[in-house]
Design a protein around this ligand. Structure first.
Ligand SMILES: [Ca+2]
Length: 383
């Protein structure tokens, strides 16, 4: 009890001091982060090109889509469905006690490939068992008669959790397996790399600080890189985005410690170095990021691909970034909408989800919003 109370107090103090120096999902952007005024103006000037698909979302986290209908998880345990201007919020009935402190709660969402027939989705959420905090991956089904989502099956539980560093992105890859990002669940000591907590990202026996790969029924794929293990890649700090390019290459976004946010090219079995290396530091057997933010902070969350390029959401960076993999050119192509949590490419448009209502942003009257912008416009600006 004493421990818990002091921990909470420490965490509150941490948040007041802008995330303990460990930027994580970050507070509001500083002026330094509002980079690229020119791009910002261009996007503003073309605001007639923008379409607000939905608004008044509450601490939204993930975008999923089927047939043009959007499904948005909200951290407090709901899914809002946005269908051609109509918006409806549905509760999700969970088996365990949802834990929503800090950055935790109902996070990732992926629709089953047969969603239209079975109304099934995969969800990732943080839960509390006494003083212990975990994350789990479950199958939930939408019950039309009750108008509610119901957790029906646990695929994977007891993924270490905390108020921050919960990872939480889940997506079905081009190989029809379920990929899951987990954080190192180590909010207080994450920068030092000197505690047991931080090292769990390097421990192949722990599910924390990893990208995991599951069969859709929750079993371990036989061709996973480590025998009898869900671990697909390791040495991650707090990855919150995964995507695959047109060529099938996998990329992930990851929150770094005090800037040094990363985009990584994910290979089966590879070690991405946390907490032993960051930025341009090298170590045998560890992967360098494709790009990192240096002394800037993006606080990257969702990531999506368009052909062979990447778009990723910036929380503290307050916008959407575009990265051309071939030219290694990075530009911020959306600003002015505050923090951005997730991005999604649908046909010729980029959809992005703002994140100003979770207590760390300055919400406008309609926040949070789901916004659509033509890709043509963004990629032209970036070239
Ligand atoms: Ca790394």
């Amino acid at each position: 009890m004493w421990k818990t109370r002091n921990f909470v107090l420490m965490m509150m103090l941490c948040f007041m001091l802008v995330g303990c120096g460990s930027n994580d999902e970050g507070d509001q952007a500083t002026e330094d982060n509002n980079m690229n005024d020119e791009t910002s103006e261009d996007v503003q000037n073309s605001s007639d090109e923008l379409e607000i698909l939905g608004g008044n979302l509450q601490a939204p986290w993930a975008i999923a889509e089927n047939n043009g209908v959007f499904y948005i998880t909200e951290r407090d345990g709901s899914v809002t469905v946005i269908d051609d201007g109509e918006e409806q919020r549905y509760d999700v009935q969970l088996e365990d006690e949802l834990y929503t402190e800090g950055e935790a709660g109902l996070l990732g969402l992926a629709l089953d490939p047969q969603f239209e027939d079975n109304q099934q989705a995969y969800m990732y959420y943080t839960y509390a068992v006494g003083d212990d905090i975990f994350n789990k991956v479950v199958v939930s089904t939408y019950q039309d008669d009750e108008q509610v989502w119901v957790e029906e099956e646990t695929l994977l539980d007891e993924i270490p959790g905390l108020m921050i560093h919960n990872g939480g992105r889940i997506k079905i890859g081009p190989d029809d397996h379920l990929y899951v990002t987990t954080g190192d669940a180590d909010s207080l000591y994450g920068q030092s790399g000197e505690t047991d907590g931080a090292i769990i990202a390097q421990d192949l026996d722990s599910l924390a600080g990893k990208i995991l790969r599951l069969e859709l029924d929750g079993s371990i794929p036989e061709d996973n890189p480590f025998n009898d293990s869900y671990v697909y890649s390791y040495g991650h700090r707090n990855p919150q985005g995964i995507t695959w390019t047109e060529d099938g290459d996998m990329y992930s976004s990851e929150h770094g410690p005090t800037a040094h946010d990363e985009i990584n090219a994910i290979e089966a079995g590879a070690n991405y170095g946390w907490p032993l290396i960051k930025g341009d530091e090298e170590e045998d057997g560890m992967q360098l990021p494709v790009i990192h933010s240096g002394d800037d902070t993006w606080a990257p969350s969702g990531i999506a691909s368009y052909q062979n390029d990447l778009f990723f959401a910036g929380l503290r960076g307050e916008g959407v970034y575009y990265y051309d993999i071939e030219t290694e050119d990075l530009q911020q192509v959306v600003t002015d909408y505050g923090r951005v949590r997730d991005v999604y490419v649908l046909e010729d448009s980029l959809i992005f989800l703002t994140n100003n209502t979770d207590g760390r942003g300055n919400p406008s009257d309609n926040d949070d919003q789901l916004i659509k912008i033509p890709l043509q416009h963004l990629t032209n600006e970036a070239q």
